[in-house]
Design a protein. Sequence first.
Length: 119
Amino acid sequence: MTPQAPPTSSLKPVQPPTQAFNWQDVEWDITVFTLGRSAAIGALMAFTVGLAVAWSQTAVGPFWVACGYLAARHQMPVRLMAFLTDAHEHRRVLRQSGALYQFRHIELQKHLAAPAPRR
């Protein structure tokens, strides 16, 4: 066997640019559609982040989540404030002390708070 010559490299060394890069020579392919789409995505992201921050700083977010969860499981009325207003003003079962609703009769409260009998 005869010895073979090492393969020659086809790569050429990179030459540094001889002139500064000119941004005006670049073709920008930006259309009204891409600008509108980018603006819509940015607005949606800002709304989502703003909503997350607002819900984490107040009690309204967790309250709505808890109300939705309990209403979906039929453990609480869907319209809770309408239910409490009706029980207070029309049925006279609850009394209002500031922002709190209290049962007028302790026996009714104990009966409703008792665990449901198993079937």
